[in-house]
Design a protein around this ligand. Structure first.
Ligand SMILES: Cc1cc2nc3c(=O)[nH]c(=O)nc-3n(C[C@H](O)[C@H](O)[C@H](O)COP(=O)(O)OP(=O)(O)OC[C@H]3O[C@@H](n4cnc5c(N)ncnc54)[C@H](O)[C@@H]3O)c2cc1C
Length: 398
């Protein structure tokens, strides 16, 4: 068993950390205040090759493993969780599904501009009437000659108005296989407009926009996967995507922990640094321990993905735990700073707000618990049937 990163992974982590400290962190408070898309930062990420880090070289990516991509997301999110969200959605939800489910023609047409960062990716599943229950989407894709005419309302699309493409989910009707279908759609297609720009609690530097579709023509060659099999694409995208969100959560928690630990060493009350009061010292011990435990779950799930294993439950466990840790740690970081923790001059106030959404997007904590518990039921049902009973059971994951 090896808990260490290999040489390439260590190098990526160091490069990402240096980049995050130099090119991302200095602008985080300003972007949080101003609610604008950080195009300059995205260009710098592209120059570093970070917009297509885990994309194969033949499509213009840096061809590193998924664990390295998670290290990048953690470091960028430590500096600015909104930029982390932009990068995570662009990569795991806007680019990797084309690699996983696309034809060779789709991969070679759509992926290179995404991997180079010339084009920002997005993922449009949620609608006003449905989020967790993805099978209930109402956006319609009517089969017409040569393709589909799509109309509907997509809500809270991360990268929305800044994106060049979206992986769009709509209900195909009038064709051979009715049902949820995935499409690759350029944002400049005729009939696309933008609705409300969301005013959010946190991750403010990641733009979140409603996308309105009015009779948008999408040619049949841009169906991603098979007609009527779009839920498979959605769920297969979210499984590894959740590992990236878990890495984002750890980045937020790590930032809050480091700041609180530094503050506790300096701030004195009753004649000694607050870090020497046991109540504060134990908070710091718990914060660090939980972050390290969450990181192990993330690295395990990312490693499993790199080994080609199924990551449905492992990704859900990593996201569930890391997002809850991020919320606990940022809560405690505010407490360690006392009144200063509540003030915008100190970044823990932003980390506290940024952490909240990690328990919500790419599946709420309740949905992660459903995914994990269904895996447990399957595993134990299988164990009862297996010769030798429970002891002979193979884990579902793997
Ligand atoms: C900042 C932000 C960015 C986002 N970006 C994107 C994006 O890029 N693309 C995209 O498609 N979506 C995006 N979303 C949407 C996000 O994925 C959904 O908000 C999320 O999946 C939850 O859906 P919902 O908000 O409709 O909640 P609902 O599904 O209405 O759920 C409401 C509550 O009920 C609980 N619940 C629902 N069903 C069950 C159940 N069966 N058992 C137990 N509890 C249940 C939920 O856990 C939640 O607590 C984004 C959301 C936010 C906040």
């Amino acid at each position: 068993m090896n808990f260490g990163l290999d040489k390439d992974q260590r190098e990526i982590k160091e490069r990402a950390a240096e980049f995050a400290d130099r090119a991302v962190a200095p602008y985080a408070a300003e972007l949080d205040r101003e609610d604008r898309v950080p195009f300059g930062t995205l260009e710098k990420l592209a120059d570093e090759g970070f917009m297509g880090l885990c994309v194969p070289g033949e499509y213009g990516g840096a061809a590193v493993d998924f664990l390295s991509y998670c290290l990048l997301i953690e470091e960028i999110s430590r500096a600015d969780a909104g930029v982390g969200a932009t990068l995570a959605v662009h990569t795991s939800a806007g680019t990797l599904p084309i690699l996983a489910y696309g034809t060779e023609d789709q991969r070679s047409r759509w992926i290179p501009p995404l991997a180079s960062g010339n084009n920002l990716g997005s993922f449009a599943l949620t609608e006003p009437n449905t989020g967790s229950d993805a099978a209930a989407i109402e956006t319609r894709a009517e089969r017409v000659d040569g393709g589909y005419r799509i109309s509907g309302h997509k809500q809270w699309v991360t990268n929305g108005r800044a994106a060049g493409t979206m992986i769009l989910f709509a209900r195909a009707v009038g064709g051979a296989n009715e049902g949820v279908t995935a499409f690759i759609v350029p944002m400049d297609a005729e009939g696309i407009s933008f609705g409300k720009h969301a005013e959010k609690m946190g991750v403010i530097s990641a733009t979140t926009d409603d996308v309105l579709l009015d009779n948008v023509f999408v040619p049949e060659e841009d169906v991603l996967g098979e007609e009527g099999k779009g839920l498979r694409v959605a769920l297969g995208t979210l499984d590894p995507g959740r590992i990236g969100i878990a890495a984002q959560a750890i980045g937020i928690a790590e930032a809050a922990f480091r700041y609180a630990a530094g503050y506790a060493a300096e701030r004195e009350t009753f004649g000694k640094p607050i870090a020497e009061h046991q109540a504060i010292a134990f908070k710091l011990a718990d914060m660090q321990t939980k972050i390290k435990a969450a990181r192990l779950l993330v690295h395990e799930a990312a490693w499993m993905k790199d080994e080609g294993m199924r990551v449905t439950e492992a990704g859900a466990r990593a996201k569930l735990y890391a997002s809850e840790v991020a919320n606990e740690v940022t809560h405690e970081a505010v407490q360690v700073l006392g009144g200063r923790g509540y003030m915008k001059e100190h970044p823990v106030e932003r980390h506290y707000r940024d952490a909240r959404v990690t328990e919500i997007y790419e599946g709420t904590s309740e949905i992660q618990r459903l995914v994990i518990s269904r895996g447990i039921v399957r595993e134990h049902a299988a164990s009862l049937e297996a010769p030798g009973g429970v002891a002979a059971t193979r884990p579902v994951v793997g």
